[in-house]
Design a protein around this ligand. Structure first.
Ligand SMILES: *[C@@H]1O[C@H](CO)[C@@H](O)[C@H](O)[C@H]1NC(C)=O
Ligand SMILES: *[C@@H]1O[C@H](CO)[C@@H](O)[C@H](O)[C@H]1NC(C)=O
Ligand SMILES: *[C@@H]1O[C@H](CO)[C@@H](O)[C@H](O)[C@H]1NC(C)=O
Ligand SMILES: *[C@@H]1O[C@H](CO)[C@@H](O)[C@H](O)[C@H]1NC(C)=O
Ligand SMILES: *[C@@H]1O[C@H](CO)[C@@H](O)[C@H](O)[C@H]1NC(C)=O
Ligand SMILES: *[C@@H]1O[C@H](CO)[C@@H](O)[C@H](O)[C@H]1NC(C)=O
Ligand SMILES: *[C@@H]1O[C@H](CO)[C@@H](O)[C@H](O)[C@H]1NC(C)=O
Ligand SMILES: *[C@@H]1O[C@H](CO)[C@@H](O)[C@H](O)[C@H]1NC(C)=O
Ligand SMILES: *[C@@H]1O[C@H](CO)[C@@H](O)[C@H](O)[C@H]1NC(C)=O
Ligand SMILES: *[C@@H]1O[C@H](CO)[C@@H](O)[C@H](O)[C@H]1NC(C)=O
Ligand SMILES: *[C@@H]1O[C@H](CO)[C@@H](O)[C@H](O)[C@H]1NC(C)=O
Ligand SMILES: [Cu+2]
Length: 574
């Protein structure tokens, strides 16, 4: 990964495809994001939601590879907020990465913070979202990175592109639900609906009139930019009678992967091509459902209302259109095999123009258990998880405790007592992690702020081991500060002799969120070349709040361009 190679000029100009300008004049693109409470009326229950610039989903940022995006974030809301640029490496600049109390203190009501987003190797679909409490639920949007001027997509240029932002909707205020759950120790209630671009679609009566439509013309191809902005659910997605070709994920290209359904975990992005090859004549059907259904690893209620729909509609000259679009079937809500089958088809493009560099020798081996746990109920309180305790979550049995001042600030200014650097590289206790019958005393965990230090340019391998402590579930682990290669995954307990033999070190997909299979394992590799403080956490938001988190500190390297930048002058104070 190379940083700092892009040429930045405020006076660069954008002449996409021009044969006269082959030099990439990366540009600076300025935006103002005003976070505010906004009445939302297009869903069953009118309520105030937190938005950026009054939009839900939020505004799209358009950029070209290597650009610098500057976003002035102004907080006109009544609560503290932070914003994160998901999947952007932010070379040497963790200061504007966003997660609350990890790299910054929140932007308080009335305050503002100008965040710089330096694009380097990322290309494709990324996104931005709030990184505090459950604000992400309504504060999110696309960040599209086009190929830099003078270069093209590694596939035929699509006629048009459409966003498909998957999400969840609660009738009640989500942050109050989170607050209640954290107080009582119990669960956050499941969402009331799943959404595409903010709309549940016409399987739910209240939003019928606002179902999202994607208009296509026969014979043309389209790029769908998918993100999963859900707080809880993964999604299967399909379009009746249309094949999907995945060409990218998490801001890097994949080998074209033809499939009839996509699985997207919370936090992930997917670039998907479709060919509008139906509706050849008046006797064929002009309307097709784009349908998504949640995947949750454990049994939950499943009914049609859980499905969210949009409609792919062909341009037609007929005034009457059939009442019902065609619908394809999707795997059941608990179909863990379908998730694995989809994930196994993802491969890095790995061609001459998109080379990859998978670490072959590893300096830091980590084996990390991923668990849902309990912490004891405070004295004289009633707690609401099934054992009368409080829900918690952990990595290697350390349940992350958020500090009161931000870790980056403490690290940069050598403030002691905020964290320790003794996060264990291995589980402290080995047992059958994925057993159906785990001794109940193993459910307890302990809160602490333990970090992992990495030397600059060290190679890291992490084997995430899902466990059945509490409950087995698919955990989408997301790393800030750089992407990683997903070299393997499997079911049950990781076998350190046999399983590494199955690793793909030739063309593994590069991602920034990996779904760790329910009661299974996943292995990632990366080279720590981005000095700074970088958060890693489950993108199921309540798991993150419960402690399924780890903070890496990548130390400075020797050369000047291997050192962290100084903080911006307007860093929000605590
Ligand atoms: C963009 O924002 C930066 C930093 O706030 C400022 O220095 C620059 O003048 C702005 N550029 C434009 C074109 O507005
Ligand atoms: C941003 O904050 C600074 C410092 O408090 C203040 O001077 C400035 O007016 C604010 N700008 C906006 C647009 O709110
Ligand atoms: C949907 O639109 C129809 C026709 O305009 C209207 O009669 C109906 O009340 C609307 N339904 C909702 C839930 O907004
Ligand atoms: C989808 O792909 C399969 C396998 O390549 C092919 O047989 C089928 O005709 C395609 N369907 C459509 C609607 O393009
Ligand atoms: C499906 O909808 C039902 C009823 O609203 C709800 O109880 C359940 O949790 C939903 N499941 C998911 C995965 O959204
Ligand atoms: C609609 O009619 C126009 C004029 O006859 C024709 O050019 C066009 O191809 C038709 N479009 C479709 C989708 O049939
Ligand atoms: C808990 O309740 C008992 C008896 O009701 C009381 O004596 C004790 O002080 C309480 N402890 C705390 C920590 O509030
Ligand atoms: C671990 O537990 C699983 C599920 O109960 C079981 O299938 C497997 O055989 C166990 N492994 C060992 C080594 O006991
Ligand atoms: C995790 O730590 C807690 C508290 O120290 C302990 O009770 C529990 O047995 C540990 N669990 C595992 C799986 O190591
Ligand atoms: C990182 O280490 C590799 C050897 O593992 C070396 O080839 C490379 O030059 C180093 N890069 C930097 C930036 O130090
Ligand atoms: C907002 O942030 C400030 C600074 O970190 C903190 O002191 C305050 O308690 C926060 N407010 C709330 C309601 O969390
Ligand atoms: Cu999780």
């Amino acid at each position: 990964m190379k940083f700092g190679t892009s040429l930045i000029t405020l006076f660069g100009f954008c002449m996409l495809g021009s044969i006269f300008f082959t030099t990439a004049w990366a540009k600076t693109r300025n935006h103002t994001f005003i976070v505010q409470e906004t009445p939302c009326t297009r869903l069953c229950h009118t309520k105030n939601i937190l938005t950026v610039n009054g939009q839900f989903p939020g505004p799209t940022i358009y950029a070209w590879k290597g650009d610098t995006v500057i976003v002035k974030v102004i907080n006109h809301a009544k609560k503290n907020i932070t914003l994160h640029w998901h999947g952007v490496a932010q070379p040497r600049n963790p200061w504007t990465d966003g997660p609350e109390y990890i790299t910054q203190c929140p932007i308080q009501p009335g305050a503002n913070f100008t965040q710089q987003i330096q694009l380097t190797d990322e290309e494709g679909t990324l996104w931005w979202h709030a990184h505090k409490d459950f604000d992400l639920n309504t504060v999110h949007g696309l960040l599209i990175v086009y190929p830099k001027q003078g270069t093209t997509y590694p596939f035929n240029k699509p006629h048009k592109e459409f966003p498909l932002i998957l999400g969840e909707w609660w009738k009640k205020d989500v942050n109050s639900l989170l607050e209640e759950a954290l107080q009582s120790g119990g669960e956050v209630p499941a969402s009331d609906a799943n959404t595409i671009n903010g709309q549940p679609g016409d399987f739910l009566p209240c939003s019928k009139n606002y179902t999202v439509k994607v208009h296509v013309e026969h014979g043309k191809s389209y790029l769908l930019r998918l993100i999963n902005a859900g707080l809880t659910n993964g999604y299967f997605l399909a379009i009746a009678k249309h094949n999907l070709t995945v060409v990218g994920t998490d801001g890097s290209y994949t080998k074209p992967y033809a499939t009839d359904l996509v699985y997207i975990a919370p936090g992930q992005t997917m670039d998907v091509l479709i060919k509008a090859n139906q509706f050849q004549n008046s006797s064929s059907h002009p309307r097709y459902y784009i349908v998504a259904r949640p995947y949750v690893g454990n049994t939950r209620v499943d009914y049609d209302g859980n499905k969210t729909t949009a409609i792919l509609e062909y341009e037609t000259n007929y005034t009457t259109i059939p009442a019902r679009p065609l619908l394809s079937s999707l795997p059941a809500i608990g179909d863990t095999d379908a998730v694995a089958k989809f994930a196994d088809g993802l491969r890095s493009l790995a061609d001459k123009d998109h080379p990859i560099d998978v670490p072959k020798t590893i300096n830091e081996h980590m084996y990390i258990t991923v668990s849902i746990n309990d912490v004891p109920c405070p004295p004289n309180k009633t707690c609401k998880d099934p054992l009368g305790k409080k829900y918690a979550a952990s990595l290697n049995n350390v349940s992350f405790e958020f500090p009161q001042i931000n870790i980056l600030h403490a690290y940069y200014n050598s403030i002691p007592g905020v964290y320790t650097t003794n996060f264990p590289d291995k589980p402290t206790y080995y047992f059958n992690f994925t057993s159906d019958d785990i001794p109940t005393d193993l459910i307890l965990t302990k809160k602490a702020t333990k970090l992992k230090m990495l030397n600059y340019n060290t190679t890291v391998e992490i084997v995430f081991q899902g466990t059945n402590i509490g409950i087995g579930e698919n955990h989408p682990m997301h790393l800030h500060g750089q992407s990683f290669y997903v070299v393997g995954r499997g079911t049950g307990n990781f076998d350190k002799k046999k399983d590494p033999l199955t690793y793909n070190l030739v063309d593994p997909p590069m991602e920034s969120t990996v779904g760790v299979p329910k009661n299974g394992w996943a292995t990632i590799r990366f080279r720590a070349v981005n000095p700074g403080v970088w958060y890693m956490h489950c993108h199921v938001d309540r798991h993150m709040e419960w402690g399924m988190d780890l903070v890496f500190i990548t130390k400075n390297g020797k050369s000047a361009d291997a050192k962290m930048l100084p903080p911006p002058k307007d860093m929000p104070p605590c």
